[in-house]
Ligand binder design. Structure first.
Ligand SMILES: C[S@@+](CC[C@H](N)C(=O)[O-])C[C@H]1O[C@@H](n2cnc3c(N)ncnc32)[C@H](O)[C@@H]1O
Length: 272
């Protein structure tokens, strides 16, 4: 018999900590006990759909042979994907001042890109101020761990309600209105961005070195040791003179890294 949507499932602190530990090992995201209600809210429908009567049953499922399929659902449920077009707009002002007019191809990484608003804002900022030939020489790699948000980003379609987040000047060349409720990035803007799944805490290698890395509002979910490790890995794939943009409450703590602060949460790699 299906479990009623109104039934409250039992969820102990120990079960929360077990699931949170599993999430941290897979994603780096740390969750204190204060997040227990949030976890309940994000998972309860799933447990009921699977006809599980308790979070203990869910833990057993995760540890079973079928658990590897469930883990990606768990991960997608636990990531926080809030994002906006042109979020922290001072970063885009800095980008335009520093790189426009673009004189050569640029390689950019939007790490923790969520549903694509950040990489498309990068594409709109740089393409909007340059010719189509130059725009096509700008490559933006957009990565995230969460397969759902990546799928949304790849459609390049957004609710018309988000229009107000995008400066008017980008409308003519950057976007097309698809219908009464939806707008879509233009073919040129789409062609600048490539989406890929990448879990930043697992071993990764990338072919490119980057002129620009945007990694904003992702590191805050990790502990300081992991933040330091990831920022150090960014230094390895950043070109000398390249720029790292972090989120408003993130910073570079390890002073030994070859990064100099050049603006609000903007760092430049010094030649080492
Ligand atoms: C709050 S969003 C930030 C989106 C965008 N950068 C911004 O500032 O608007 C954080 C993103 O980081 C992603 N994320 C969390 N842990 C990750 C990991 N281990 N590897 C890659 N992406 C991760 C989440 O899926 C989420 O989409």
């Amino acid at each position: 018999m299906a479990i009623s949507p109104l039934t409250k499932l039992s969820f102990s602190d120990g079960e929360f900590l077990d699931i949170a530990g599993r999430v941290e090992r897979e994603t780096g995201i740390t969750m204190k006990l204060s997040k227990k209600d949030m976890m309940y809210a994000r998972l309860v429908k799933r447990l009921k759909a699977l006809n599980l009567e308790s979070f203990n049953d869910y833990l057993m499922l995760l540890s079973s042979r079928k658990g590897s399929d469930e883990i990606s659902f768990l991960i997608n449920s636990m990531t926080t994907n809030h994002t906006l077009f042109f979020r922290e707009d001072h970063h885009f002002d800095h980008l335009i001042e520093t790189f426009c007019p673009v004189k050569r191809g640029l390689s950019i990484w939007s790490c923790g890109c969520s549903s694509g608003q950040e990489p498309y804002s990068l594409a709109l900022s740089l393409a909007g101020n340059n010719s189509e030939t130059v725009a096509r020489s700008i490559r933006i790699l957009a990565t995230d761990l969460d397969s759902n948000v990546l799928a949304n980003g790849m459609t390049a379609q957004y609710s018309l309600d988000l229009k107000s987040q995008i400066p008017q000047t980008y409308f003519q060349n950057g976007m097309v209105r698809k219908n009464d409720t939806c707008l879509e990035m233009s073919p040129m803007i789409k062609s600048m961005v490539r989406f890929d799944q990448l879990n930043i805490i697992k071993p990764w290698t990338l072919r490119d070195k980057f002129d620009i890395i945007f990694c904003r509002n992702m590191l805050i979910y990790f502990d300081h040791e992991l933040q330091n490790k990831i920022i150090s890995q960014f230094c390895d794939v950043l070109q000398p003179g390249g720029y790292l943009y972090l989120g408003h409450s993130e910073s570079v703590r390890n002073k030994a890294l070859p990064l100099k602060m050049v603006g609000r949460t903007i760092y430049r790699k010094v030649a080492s």
